[in-house]
Design a protein around this ligand. Structure first.
Ligand code: HEM
Length: 285
């Protein structure tokens, strides 16, 4: 049994508990955000330390438990397959079947061209930095005396986001040849995801340049939602739809690719409208 995978499940359960309790106590949000950031960094930094194949094997192992739930011996769903020597997973003999997108992901980065591996590192390092910076911006915005720091941090965030998104576009441009991802559907899905995340950030930046602080706040909250969608909702959707859609190859991955970022953006926008409505209500009292 891979202890690291079980430990990660435990940490996610604690995070879910904190989120449930924090819904009614906004004071806990910095703690919740900090805990989530630590989990994200734990997942992403291991790619740089252990190398892409090891990082991917850990990533696939997180899904193996759910994807194999309820399978009887000898049953091979259409969306699942094996990988040579079961090297793409940390579960050893426990699970020999994995989602075929996972096996394709592992294949793409074992003996990969240097450019592809570096693009993946650039993508996940830059986007992880963006994740940290955007939290700093959110938690400190509105505090007196930090206007200049906020502007400079904003520029740095946009720079890292540009690099991270450019690397993602490069990786996605190869996906027309990856049938288990959904070929051109995956490629264009990742383009649309980039447009959603980067477009929201650009709208926020544009409104800041115009001095329209109300629109700046609205678009930056949407951007943060899209980032949460692209990272966390993407992976949570996979966990749920993976076992449910295992008879339809590529369906689960394509759903995550096309819907996670817009879903995150929409949820953030709905929450923001609710906060605004509540604070207007209290101001009137
Ligand atoms: C702008 C939206 C995003 C797009 C278009 C995108 C696209 C991609 C692509 C194309 C891959 C590689 C798949 C392959 O080539 O085989 C990938 C992997 C990855 N991305 Fe993103 N991504 C986005 C947002 C994010 C964010 C916000 C993070 C958070 C830091 C992130 C972290 C990762 C990681 C860690 C991987 C490796 C797989 C994993 O362990 O999860 N991505 N992404």
């Amino acid at each position: 049994m891979p202890i690291s995978v079980l430990g990660f499940y435990g940490a996610v359960a604690v995070w879910a508990l904190l989120i449930t309790r924090g819904l009614s106590t906004p004071k806990q949000w910095p703690l919740i955000a900090g805990f989530g950031l630590a989990l994200l960094l734990f997942l992403n930094i291991r790619y740089v330390i252990d190398g892409a194949p090891a990082g991917i094997a850990f990533f696939i192992s997180l899904y193996d438990f759910f994807d194999n739930l309820g399978l009887v011996t000898g049953e091979v769903p259409s969306a699942m397959t094996t990988c040579p020597e079961n090297a793409c997973s940390l579960w050893g003999d426990t699970y020999a079947l994995h989602q075929s997108w996972g096996v394709a992901f592992f294949d793409r980065f074992v003996n990969a061209p240097v450019m592809r591996t570096n693009a993946l590192y650039l993508h996940l390092v830059c986007n992880s930095i963006v994740f940290v910076l955007m939290h700093v911006q959110l938690l400190w915005s509105g505090k007196p005396g930090i206007k200049t720091a906020h502007a400079w941090l904003g520029r740095a965030t946009l720079l890292f986001l540009t690099l991270g998104t450019a690397a993602a576009l490069y990786l996605a441009s190869e996906h027309d040849a990856v049938q288990s991802y959904g070929d051109v559907w995956a490629e264009w899905g990742f383009y649309s995801m980039s447009l959603c995340v980067y477009g929201a950030a650009l709208m926020g930046w544009r409104s800041a340049r115009r001095g329209d602080w109300q629109q700046h706040r609205i678009w930056m909250i949407r951007f943060v939602g899209a980032m949460y969608g692209a990272f966390w909702l993407f992976r949570i959707f996979l966990m749920v739809t993976g076992p449910l859609l295992r008879e339809w190859e590529t369906a689960s991955l394509l759903l995550s690719i096309w819907t996670s970022a817009p879903a995150g953006l929409l949820i953030a926008d709905v929450l923001r409208r609710e906060w605004d409505a509540r604070s207007t209500h209290y101001q009137r009292l």
